[in-house]
Design a protein around this ligand. Sequence first.
Ligand SMILES: [Fe+2]
Ligand SMILES: [Fe+2]
Length: 576
Amino acid sequence: MRHNSDMADRPQIDAKLKQNIFQNIVHDAAVAYTLLDKSFRVVFANDHFLQSMKFDRCHLLGSKCYDILNGGLPCQSCVVRDAFEKGEPCTVLRKDIPMDGSHTYLEDLAIPIRDSKTGSIEYVLEIMIDRTAEMDMRERNFAVFRQIINSLMRLLEEKDYATCQHSRHVSTISAKLTRYLGLGPVAVFDATLGGLLHDLGKLYIPDAVLNKMGRLDDGEYAVIKEHPEFTWVVMSGMSTFKPLRDVAIAHHERWDGKGYPKGIAGEDIPIEARVTAIADTYDAMTSDRPYRSGVSHEAAMAEIKRVAGTQLDPRLVEKFVSMVEEYGYDRKSLVEDYDDDGELLVTAMDNVEAPYADEIAVHFHQPYTAAGGEGGGWVPDESTKNLLASDEFIDLVLNHTPVFYTMIDDAYNVLYVSDNFAAALGKTQGELLACKCFQMADQKEPCFTKEGGFALCPPARAFATGEKQRSLNEKEAPHGQRFYFDQFAIPTEMESPDGAKIKCCLEISFDITREKNRQQAFEQDIRHLVEKMRDMVEEILPDVSANAHHILHEVYRFCDYLGNIKVGSFEHFRDP
Ligand SMILES: [Fe+2]
Ligand SMILES: [Fe+2]
């Protein structure tokens, strides 16, 4: 629907409007932009980059980026180099640790810029978006998850100390073997946690069967064999940690298909579960039980070699044997794990990185080496000057990055919307230019007139205070899909065609939907685990209830902590 009466007064999307937005981006602090030439010299940097890295422009320009941040050595992982080499946009999630020891997570994107005549890549535009808030949230959720897993292990300990101790051993061996295999953080995480939780289902096995002295009869053995499926039940309904239950349920499957519960064979069994099966076999044989003593390390290794190819994956057994020989492990050093200070770790979990660790390139800043722009005498050459002054460069910054821009006037009319934002909302730029800002995502009511709307609507707050605002926004697209945006609202001014000043607000948004969905799934998994724990405490462990209830009480405390952070509309989530 067009608002013709308003339209007449509006500035059109012309070069002047774009220039105004671009100048705001150059001078304002929301996203860091730099432009680098083929020799990695910084030829352009906006204020946000200078402020966040604590550089002054005249010293920075003309310097090589790695002189500034990496002590004069090219960085190991470098998206700018990747973009020059591959000729396509490259991106990495970076954890930057400056020399003061603080940290910032940055989404780092490098876009190659080609010479329009020769087609060769002359520059790379580098964009850095602060992701510290979301990544710190992940870290916090992961810490809660660790605590819940440790509580689950304490419940298992309440039920049966030997099973709990065995689980810790299996976890430690699985961690060592997956690391030795070089499988990467996700597999290490799945095998370590899968190993830790593999016998969790034994919580549901009656004590009379679990702790029986002497041989089990067929009926009792059938009951014991149900434990992988009980583990599955506890962990079903989880999405983020689905691989853990897939590992746990398969630890009694055999390479030859004669295992349980499903009788799957060979590589149909997840590799982490095949690792766990070796660890499980080793520890079960070498542990003392009330009804028998454990066998020696040597005897267990001989038995593991004997069942390679029938019970266990022969290739993994070969690796297991060479790992044990290479590190000179005996039973004690194989089943135990120590931290850097030589303290015994309660579980290998304490020594395992989060499964998303391999998504992050850690970058320690090195001391600045004076080079290039030192003294501030650097002057760009003609072609750099031309590029920086061109509409093409402005267009690149405004439309060809993962950052969305809108400009509205103080009557909330949309004056500008970047192509990429329109596309994300499933509309055309033309359609959106005929709207008020709240109508862009088909919102019926304007947020700025709702009761308390002042506090909720970032542009309204920006207009009222004259200061930049930041918030987390939720928008529903026409087909019902939800988007989450990390949004800045920056008050500014424009000149209308008749020369009058118009109060405006530039909104800069980043789509953080993927991260928010991930966070919600994670929190749901944690709540699910807690519910299952409550069931266990109430139904399965009545005779140890005092301690078990104490553990559960602690778990509820973590969850209150989680529950306090909601994913919702217009939640203010971090001050810039
Ligand atoms: Fe088991
Ligand atoms: Fe086991």
